[in-house]
Design a protein around this ligand. Structure first.
Ligand code: FES
Length: 256
């Protein structure tokens, strides 16, 4: 069996097994690297570049780049925070995101990331493109105005649901999520219980009739910023280590 190794994220030693990505190793160590297209149930895609870090001075996507022994990774620097901020701001400018009126508000990863990165007001000119809303399915709606092209639905439908309901069509600014039917969502074999329905990080694919089941103020990111679940796991780890080390030290002192 191959040996695990150590590398460094912002000076903190992190253990990794061969083949682990930087993001996976960081996650296991309680270090949060911002991300949008990554999802723990899916193969990494490397599409959004929000997880960009520098490994030994070279930019790479933390979700696809394998960790390397003794490598030095920069994650939480001013330059990288600014880079991620610009990327997220461009996503807002490129789509039509009206958070105040969106059912996903408070549970939306894009919105939560914008708050965490300190985005307060538009910096780039919005494109205000006309995008199609498909409400034809009895239980599920697609609002392409909110889509960030992360491909989570595409990968989940293919790899988790075994269906290929979603794909992409068009190029550049015209790129859109499409369904595997010439017509509408209702003509596909999408079921409301499909993983592809709930895996959308924004409000582009949503279940009908449940938008406000959880009230505003009680939603996932209303009480704690995005990434705090990963970081609090680290706090618990550190506190457990302190207790273990403290306990061990106390035992040694008693024995002395
Ligand atoms: Fe790594 Fe999107 S999370 S590229």
């Amino acid at each position: 069996m191959s040996e695990s190794f150590t590398f460094y994220i912002d000076g903190v030693p992190v253990e990794a097994a061969p083949g682990m990505t930087i993001l996976d190793a960081a996650q296991a160590a309680g270090i949060w690297i911002p991300r949008l297209c990554w999802h723990e149930e899916l193969e990494p895609f490397g599409g959004c570049r929000v997880c960009t870090v520098k490994m030994n001075g070279r930019s790479c996507a933390a979700c696809t780049q394998p960790a390397e022994p003794e490598s030095v990774v920069e994650n939480d620097s001013v330059a990288l925070r600014e880079w991620r901020k610009a990327l997220v701001e461009l996503l807002f400018a490129e789509g039509n995101h009206f958070c105040m009126a969106c059912e996903k508000s408070g549970s939306c990863e894009l919105q939560a990331l914008a708050y965490r990165l300190g985005i307060a007001a538009p910096r780039f000119e919005h494109r205000w493109q006309a995008r199609e809303v498909d409400a034809s399915h009895a239980d599920v709606l697609i609002d392409r105005n909110r889509c960030i092209l992360c491909a989570r639905c595409v990968r989940a439908s293919r790899d988790l649901d075994g269906k290929n309901v979603f794909g992409f069509t068009g190029r550049g600014p015209e790129r859109r999520v499409a369904v595997n039917s010439d017509a509408r969502l209702r003509d596909t074999d999408l079921d409301v219980s499909d993983r592809a329905v709930d895996i959308c990080p924004v409000g582009a694919i949503i279940r009908k009739g449940v938008g406000f089941t959880v009230p505003i103020g009680a939603r996932r990111y209303d009480g704690a910023p995005i990434g705090s679940d990963v970081e609090s796991a680290n706090d618990e780890l550190e506190s457990a280590n302190e207790h273990t080390e403290g306990g061990a030290a106390a035992t040694v002192r008693q024995e002395e």
